[in-house]
Design a protein around this ligand. Structure first.
Ligand SMILES: *[C@@H]1O[C@H](CO)[C@@H](O)[C@H](O)[C@H]1NC(C)=O
Ligand SMILES: *[C@@H]1O[C@H](CO)[C@@H](O)[C@H](O)[C@H]1NC(C)=O
Ligand SMILES: *[C@@H]1O[C@H](CO)[C@@H](O)[C@H](O)[C@H]1NC(C)=O
Ligand SMILES: *[C@@H]1O[C@H](CO)[C@@H](O)[C@H](O)[C@H]1NC(C)=O
Ligand SMILES: *[C@@H]1O[C@H](CO)[C@@H](O)[C@H](O)[C@H]1NC(C)=O
Length: 427
């Protein structure tokens, strides 16, 4: 579908008025049971702790086969525009510059991220979709959208639609594979044009015969800076201007531990914030999946202490029962797959952390593993040890690990990324 700016603007207007509610997917179709799980894959966060590729994140399909995640948020899209004018992708060790560059793609020292050509990830996505999993791209740029003109947001929306969803382009990272939707994980404190971008995406989705999902991943402290709702002089936030754009919310209970870290300084804040998001989701009639880490991430020490909920708390306290009393709670969204795989609390089954969540979500009376395995919980390992020779305790800010595949990233961007990582992605 070719759309002019005027056409896009018309879509935005249509989205803001009637079309949005009319053709939204049915929230109950997101998961196969009352409760389910979302997993974040692609960023290979474990590479910030481990330098050897043995511990790096395996393929998407291997997770689809071995875990209970039914929805994947993959990514991230890390730049609004690369030097070629397309949104830039970060898929860690799975697809990276320059190995996966499109022919004649210009190198970019500004953002360090590129629109990439990822055929092996594409076939994994198709295999997972064949298993009934939903695979959504997560949009979380470091850079700013640039200016506040409505066209700018709409243009980005159309590009994302063409590259990942129902549109067409010679430069689709996953070729003919069509993803199931998009997640807005906008943590760069740039509200410019997000409303227009999301309204346009929604309108494009709703105009398609195929079902697409749009999720919002705000930070836990309500209202979220970028997504809203509006607060004081923060205007034009999407959760005020077109709240029905979203099909579900995954408020991240990880970003501001002093406000809402579960086991940290402020467990009451966890519940207070979650209830506010639940109330908002209830008013919109959409499900909510609190976002939680799969690991105590030492590199994110300042920001993440206490965010991690250990397996004992999940199995042997009333946590899950309490979560289920929240009307919109439909499960959890876990970040990320690479750490989940390394965190194996159940030695009898060698099951990873996400399985503990899944079993408890499915069965309130489940009391846990027969014998405990290797759980990395706080500063000490429970039940054994990960080889310390393979551990690195400092964040990688250049050359290897976390940013190994960021391409020819400029020092400025690396420093900014390092700060973001050290700050636990606070911004
Ligand atoms: C603002 O966005 C428009 C539309 O994409 C673009 O033409 C214009 O150059 C941008 N202006 C600035 C200052 O970036
Ligand atoms: C918005 O309000 C904050 C806090 O009151 C203030 O610091 C900021 O300057 C205001 N911004 C604008 C654009 O008015
Ligand atoms: C699990 O977390 C709880 C609550 O933070 C804590 O009291 C407990 O000591 C932790 N258990 C283990 C085995 O780390
Ligand atoms: C949980 O409680 C059960 C039953 O009381 C007990 O057997 C089990 O060891 C506990 N699990 C953990 C991880 O504390
Ligand atoms: C739920 O867990 C309990 C305790 O482990 C177990 O006895 C029961 O069989 C489980 N129920 C189902 C339906 O799996």
């Amino acid at each position: 579908m070719q759309l002019s700016f005027a056409g896009l603007a018309a879509l935005v207007v249509a989205a803001a008025t009637t079309a949005v509610e009319a053709v939204k997917p049915n929230p109950s179709a997101l998961m196969s049971a009352n409760f389910g799980m979302i997993g974040r894959w692609g960023f290979n966060q474990a590479s910030s702790m481990y330098t050897d590729d043995v511990t790096w994140e395996p393929s998407l399909y291997s997770f689809c086969q071995s875990t209970s995640y039914e929805v994947y948020h993959i990514g991230y899209v890390k730049a609004f525009r690369d030097a070629n004018g397309y949104p830039g992708l970060h898929l860690g060790n799975h697809c990276y510059w320059p190995n996966n560059a499109f022919p004649n793609w210009k190198s970019d020292s500004e953002t360090g991220f590129y629109n990439l050509n990822c055929p092996s990830v594409a076939s994994d996505i198709a295999l997972c979709q064949n298993m009934g999993k939903k695979v959504m791209i997560s949009f979380s740029p470091n850079d700013f959208i640039g200016n506040t003109t409505a066209d700018n947001g709409a243009v980005t929306a159309k590009q994302l639609w063409d590259l990942y969803l129902g549109g067409s382009s010679p430069y689709r990272p996953f070729g003919t594979v069509v993803l199931d939707g998009i997640d807005i994980h906008a943590w760069n404190n740039d509200p410019n044009s997000y409303s227009d971008m999301i309204k346009t995406l929604r309108a494009l989705m709703d105009a398609s015969p195929r079902t697409f999902w749009l999720s919002g991943s705000p930070r836990c402290d309500y209202p979220d800076w970028t997504l809203g709702p509006n607060n004081g002089n923060r205007t034009d936030r999407i959760l005020t201007t077109a709240p029905n754009a979203f099909d579900f919310l995954t408020p991240w209970m990880t970003a501001s531990p002093n406000i809402c870290g579960f086991a940290g300084n402020n467990p009451s804040g966890f519940w207070t914030q979650l209830r506010v998001w639940n109330d908002l989701a209830a008013s919109l009639g959409i499900p909510m999946f609190p976002g939680l880490p799969t690991w105590y991430v030492e590199a994110f020490d300042q920001a993440a202490t206490g965010d991690y909920i250990n397996s004992t708390v999940i199995t042997n306290t009333t946590l899950v029962t309490q979560l289920k009393t929240l009307s919109q709670f439909r499960g959890v969204s876990l970040d990320d797959a690479s750490y989940d795989r390394l965190n194996t609390p159940c030695i009898d089954t060698k099951l990873s952390y996400s399985h503990v969540w899944y079993r408890k979500l499915m069965n309130d009376s489940w009391t846990g593993c027969l014998s405990s395995g290797l759980e990395y919980s706080g500063k000490t390992l429970v039940g054994g040890g990960v080889s310390t020779t393979r551990r690195i305790n400092t964040i990688q800010t250049s050359g290897s690990g976390y940013f190994r595949f960021a391409g020819q990233t400029s020092n400025t961007v690396l420093v900014a990324l390092g700060l973001l990582a050290i700050g636990g992605l606070v911004f």
